[in-house]
Design a protein around this ligand. Structure first.
Ligand code: MUC
Ligand code: MG
Length: 373
């Protein structure tokens, strides 16, 4: 008998970060994960996650709005529907609910998790099967202090956790940022790859002025330096061919990916399942990038373990992730909400083998960190 969706529940879980995470958009001291639990008539539960950065600092959806919208608008559409008809449910949600990409991603993740558990296969199997058992994972240095960043990076290298570092810049004067990057690169040497993310903090002219400096101090990739709507500026920066330019905030789904690819507005795409509106949209964006010869990077919204591993399942099925991934979100949090933490070792994240997402929520931790009304 066909499994039916019986219930959809949402929980906001607030977990402190291991240190303040400073970005041009906001400084984060805690992360709020919206955990979605989708109960089906065959007793299978699918789990998903929607997580934003700094409440409304990064985009139009906040943890609170995601929970409210799922409960008020998504749930009535989903309850009573066949749980395995994911394409049909996606069509229903997209035709009834505008935007809300993060909420849609959480629901779609939960549907794939439940479907995988039902069939006894992993989410990566549902996307064609994994090509990689492990994916490389960068770490973001964003303490705001150069010496603290160096010490943190050295610790990551010694423990063989990360050797690729993304630096968050754009809060200081550009010349101070360049000194900050140079000091970190000099201290760490050639064993590491350094990229920078400006989170739209610079103007196009500022970026043009400092492209050569960034390249000279060893930056390998420049992420979203200018405003997300300034696609022509991204196109001009890419055409300068001084540094590979990666689009992040500009990419809010397959339409953006297509238009950015057609306009030669980036050399690389940061693919984020939540920004994309879900796993399938992210897969479509990947296909567009592959067809256009645009390099791929697995991006994060500093998500917890559920969304992180969902994205990792998808990324494991991609033939070439030229710039690796930054699926380190759970490591930025002081505590883990899974019974078995994700496997971070040897500069990479290992994919679990179990059905669905292959993870299990720790109920006690959820109760402990759940936001109280
Ligand atoms: C972003 O803009 O890429 C990803 C890593 C990190 O530190 O911040 C995020 C968001
Ligand atoms: Mg970014």
């Amino acid at each position: 008998m066909e499994a039916i969706i019986n219930d959809v529940n949402c929980l906001i879980v607030d977990i402190p970060t291991i240190r303040p995470h400073k970005m041009a958009v906001s400084t984060m001291g805690a992360q709020s994960l919206v955990i979605v639990r989708l109960r089906c008539s065959d007793n299978i539960e699918g789990i998903g996650e929607a997580t934003t950065i700094g409440g409304l600092n990064y985009g139009g959806e906040s943890p609170e709005s995601i929970k409210t919208n799922i409960e008020a608008y998504f749930k009535p559409l989903l309850v009573g529907k066949p749980a395995s008809q994911i394409a049909g449910l996606r069509k229903l949600l997209n035709s009834t609910i505008k935007d809300n990409r993060f909420a849609k991603s959480a629901i779609e993740t939960a549907l794939y998790d439940a479907y995988g558990k039902r069939l006894g296969v992993s989410v990566s199997d549902l996307f064609g099967g994994r090509i990689h058992d492990r994916i490389s994972v960068a770490w973001t240095l964003a303490s705001g202090d150069t010496q603290a960043d160096i010490a943190e990076a050295q610790q990551m290298l010694e423990s063989r956790r990360h050797n690729i570092f993304k630096l968050k810049i754009g809060m200081r004067e550009p010349r101070d940022d360049i000194k900050h990057i140079a000091a970190i690169k000099n201290a760490l040497g050639d064993a590491v790859s350094i990229r920078v993310d400006i989170n739209q903090g610079w103007s196009e002219t500022q970026t043009i002025r400092h492209l050569a400096d960034l390249a000279n101090v060893g930056v390998e990739l420049l992420e979203q330096p200018i405003h997300e709507k300034n696609w022509e500026g991204m196109q001009r920066l890419t055409a300068l061919a001084r540094l590979p330019i990666m689009a992040d905030e500009a990419l809010k789904g397959p339409h953006d990916a297509f238009r950015m690819a057609a306009g030669h507005c980036a050399n690389a795409f940061a693919i984020k399942i939540e920004q994309a509106g879900g796993l399938q949209n992210a897969r479509d964006m990947i296909a567009i990038a592959e067809a256009a010869g645009i390099a791929l990077y697995g991006g994060t919204m500093l998500e917890g373990s559920v969304s992180t591993i969902a994205a990792a399942h998808l990324f494991s099925t991609i033939a070439k992730l030229e710039w690796g991934t930054e699926m380190f979100g759970p490591l930025l949090l002081k505590d883990e909400i899974l019974t078995t933490p994700l496997d971070y070792s040897n500069f990479s994240l290992g994919l679990p083998r179990g059905p669905g997402l292959g993870i299990e929520l720790d109920e006690e931790k959820l109760v402990f960190y759940a936001r109280k009304p």
